[in-house]
Design a binder for this molecule. Structure first.
Ligand code: NAP
Ligand code: HSE
Length: 471
């Protein structure tokens, strides 16, 4: 335990007596007896409320583990009258973030407002004053990470972001610390809790997309703007952060191929099941085979057929999982809640602990937020990606339909591995599902455009990538 430097041995003895007497009744450590870090939380919503609650519940334990206390001085919100699921003491609440960030008593700033514009201003203002910042904001980091990391470095401070990827799973620590000795031949991740929750309930209960999305919002999983989740952008931001850490160059979001889950239908879920697959919104990050020396990386986020026997197919509800191969360690797997108040708060508190220790020991650059080490790094174009695919068509049930489609695929050198065609009546529309062997995305897209033009094909074909995890 640490005491204030001016305390005499008698003061210290009295403090211990006092602490023992009040131990059970204190929610927060009586920080006066121990070094303390004054924390300002900007944003007291789902995650901010969770952090407040976690420190209230385990602040004493955390302080005893760190040898330094974390004291929340301020929680900044937009609306003081708003009803909150976590009660925040009125004395901590305010609505103006600038005076709180600028307050000389604020040692550490936690940005939990979300969005990019104001969040960026908050983070920049704190870092410019040499104050460390903790953020859970993957959109902000994906778009402005390089600028903010450099600003932190220039000002002799640090930016911590454990909660930005995979909720409660400490995946940033895994890549930056635990697996530092490895190169990464593959990283696959289920990185969006909301999408995984929606896909799970669509499959398990046959629910419709919209009603499950509303449940995800009510449970605090979805972003304030839920299209970030369902259109794949949130997972894209997270994949960019993981890819950048793993491959040593900052991957801008616009270079990542992204598709969301809006168009995944009950039909696709059922047919995938018959074929032995589940559908997941999967992030995939791999060095392009054969060009490892040039550090070209394939990176995408899209709905993907995952074999039912694979561990990632078993990840249900709001859970996330990240499956990482290291050239030295081999296969590794990380699993936990990917969104929600408590899981995310756990990751934020882990950053608070790191930041507090760095302040205490004045080691602001002990773990740099991002160390670029691959100046020649590039993202390989999506069209070059090679993969098996699932293709669902709506066709006229008539002799010769299949041969016209097969001819186009054969011309493109794309082999068919299996077919499902439920029984119909001649002349009626029926679904036709084809599984095709490895093909380049570009070749597949061209073939599908031609198939779409056939008179026997109606509506928009559905193409979904298949990942069999064969390295
Ligand atoms: P949220 O529930 O919408 O909370 C946002 C908070 O910021 C609210 O308290 C809001 O005040 C406050 N706020 C917004 N604009 C403000 C402004 N200009 N000045 C002062 N306060 C302002 O969002 P959240 O779910 O906690 O997410 C926060 C961040 O964590 C986002 O970057 C998100 O991507 C990230 N994240 C969320 C989760 C999750 O599961 N929810 C998981 C990982 C990461 P009011 O309360 O008065 O409206
Ligand atoms: N909306 C995000 C999700 C929150 O559902 O995964 C966690 O980052």
């Amino acid at each position: 335990m640490e005491f204030h430097k001016d305390f005499s041995p008698l003061d210290r003895f009295l403090c211990i007596l006092h602490l023992s007497a009040h131990w059970e009744s204190c929610n927060f450590i009586p920080f006066v007896f121990m070094g303390q870090i004054n924390v300002a939380i900007i944003g007291g919503g789902t995650v901010g409320g969770g952090v407040y609650q976690a420190l209230k519940r385990n602040g004493r334990l955390i302080a005893s583990r760190l040898g330094i206390g974390l004291s929340i001085r301020n929680v900044v919100v937009r609306d003081l009258k708003k009803k909150r699921n976590v009660q925040i003491a009125r004395k901590h609440l305010s609505t103006e973030w600038k005076p709180v960030v600028d307050d000389p008593k604020t040692d550490l700033v936690v940005e939990l407002v979300g969005g990019v514009k104001i969040a960026r201003q908050i983070v920049k203002r704190a870092l410019s004053q040499g104050k460390p910042v903790v953020t859970a904001n993957k959109a902000l980091l994906s778009e402005h990470g390089e600028e903010l990391f450099s600003l932190a470095n220039q000002n002799g401070t640090n930016l911590y972001y454990e909660a930005s990827v995979a909720g409660g799973i400490p995946i940033i620590k895994v890549l930056r610390e635990g697996l530092i000795g490895n190169q990464f031949p593959y990283i696959y991740g289920i990185l969006n809790g909301t999408c995984n929750y929606i896909l799970t309930r669509m499959k398990r209960e046959g629910c419709d997309f919209q009603s499950v999305l509303e449940d995800a919002q009510r449970l605090g999983y979805a972003e304030a703007e839920p299209s970030l989740d369902v259109d794949g952008f949130d997972a894209m931001h997270k994949a960019g952060i993981l890819g950048s850490l793993a491959h040593g160059f900052w991957i801008p979001p616009e270079q990542i191929h992204v598709e969301g889950i809006r168009d995944i239908s009950q039909q696709d879920i059922q047919f995938a099941d018959q074929l032995g697959y589940g559908i997941k919104l999967l992030a995939s990050i791999k060095p392009l085979a054969g060009t490892k020396a040039s550090n070209a990386v394939q990176i995408s986020v899209c709905p993907t057929l995952v074999p039912k026997g694979h561990v990632l197919a078993g990840v249900q509800d709001v859970f996330n999982a990240v499956y990482i191969g290291g050239d030295i360690v081999g296969e590794t797997l990380y699993y936990g809640r990917g969104a929600g108040q408590d899981a995310t708060a756990s990751a934020v508190v882990s950053d608070l602990a790191d930041a507090a220790l760095d302040l205490k020991h004045q080691t602001h650059n002990r773990i740099p937020p991002f160390s670029p080490h691959a100046e020649d790094g590039t993202v390989s174009p999506w069209e070059e990606t090679v993969s098996p695919f699932y293709l669902r068509l709506n066709v006229v049930d008539r002799p010769g339909t299949m041969s016209q489609i097969a001819a186009i695929l054969a011309e493109a050198k794309i082999g068919i591995s299996s077919i499902i065609q439920p029984e119909g009546h001649e002349g009626n529309m029926v679904p036709l599902i084809l599984m095709v062997h490895d093909a380049k995305v570009g070749a597949m897209e061209t073939a599908v455009k031609q198939i779409r033009k056939l008179k026997v094909v109606r509506g928009q074909p559905k193409v979904i990538r298949v990942e069999n995890f064969e390295e």
